[in-house]
Design a protein around this ligand. Structure first.
Ligand code: HH2
Length: 285
């Protein structure tokens, strides 16, 4: 299972990837406001690389439920200096978490490798052509509605089938624009227009979203549905260990790319799970 960016070719057959979250926003639900200064953001990116992240995902617009859209100039101002500065210091794969084609294009120019579009190409009609032109790897995520409204009353007849159908449309649009199939990864979008029950349905069989053999990515990290299971109190950081548990479970069930805030702990869970999955047969003589 190959996933291609302009700079890297990841073989995900036996080895998954941890994508470290770096939100350069004032209002992200977990790390908002912590990495607004470029030097702090770069230091965190290099720390996550040292902890074993394979990708750093840089985002300049919060997509938490109820979040307001950010103007393109402001998103560029937040994201570009960080992409440039990390790229000067490291060869790690960089992803830009954006729904805006001009932000994706500028980030690719500045040294990014992956476009992570949580709208699955629905927000900006130019996104697919930017991905095709730059050769970016492209994450297509499913979202019902927009961040402003998505958690008001998400409804599905069959959540798995409807996400699959929507991801297939996104994939077809990407391929029609000239994105290489080997560049695509698919994400069911945990928490994006989903109730707790929808999220649990998705987690029961995440491999169902690996259409045409493409790698599945998942972002459960510290999300509020975890707090609904584990009980209140403690805020987002207290959801770290349930996130680690889900990393192991998801990897065992076929997910290859895990987007997380707590890199070190999730890398350990991933490698441990993979050691069990791919253990050589025990010797009998
Ligand atoms: N979740 C968030 C943002 N981007 N991208 C993908 N592919 N999958 C996800 O599940 C996903 C994502 C939301 O988390 P976070 O970035 O931590 O918060 P915020 O949107 O408030 O910045």
């Amino acid at each position: 299972m190959i996933w291609k960016t302009p700079r890297q070719t990841f073989d995900l057959t036996h080895c998954g990837l941890i994508m470290g979250v770096l939100n350069v926003t004032p209002d992200s639900f977990s790390d908002g406001g912590r990495y607004l200064a470029v030097e702090r953001a770069v230091a965190r990116a290099l720390e996550m690389e040292a902890e074993g992240a394979g990708i750093i995902d840089i985002g300049g617009e919060s997509t938490r439920p109820g979040a307001m859209a950010v103007p393109v100039e402001e998103e560029l101002r937040r994201v570009l200096p960080v992409v440039q500065a990390v790229r000067e210091r490291s060869g790690i794969a960089l992803s830009v978490d954006t729904m805006k084609a001009p932000v994706a294009a500028a980030a690719m120019e500045a040294g990014a490798d992956i476009i992570n579009d949580v709208s699955g190409l629905h927000a900006d009609p130019d996104m697919a052509s930017v991905a095709a032109r730059t050769g970016a790897a492209l994450v297509l995520m499913h979202m019902q509605g927009t961040p402003g409204t998505m958690q008001q009353a998400p409804v599905y007849q069959n959540v798995v089938a409807e996400i699959q159908a929507s991801l297939r449309c996104s994939m077809d649009a990407a391929l029609a624009a000239g994105v290489g199939p080997e560049c695509l990864a698919l994400d069911p979008g945990i928490g994006f227009g989903k109730t707790l029950e929808h999220n649990l349905d998705i987690l029961r069989n995440p491999a169902a979203f690996g259409l045409e053999g493409r790698p599945v990515m998942l972002g459960v990290s510290r999300k509020s549905f975890i707090g609904k299971i584990t009980g209140g109190g403690g805020g987002a950081a207290s959801r770290q260990w349930p996130t680690v548990a889900l990393t192991s479970l998801a990897r065992e069930r076929g997910v290859r790319i895990l987007r997380v805030h707590d890199v070190k702990e999730n890398v350990q869970a991933l490698r441990m799970t993979e050691a069990v999955l791919h253990a050589p047969p025990a010797r009998t003589n």
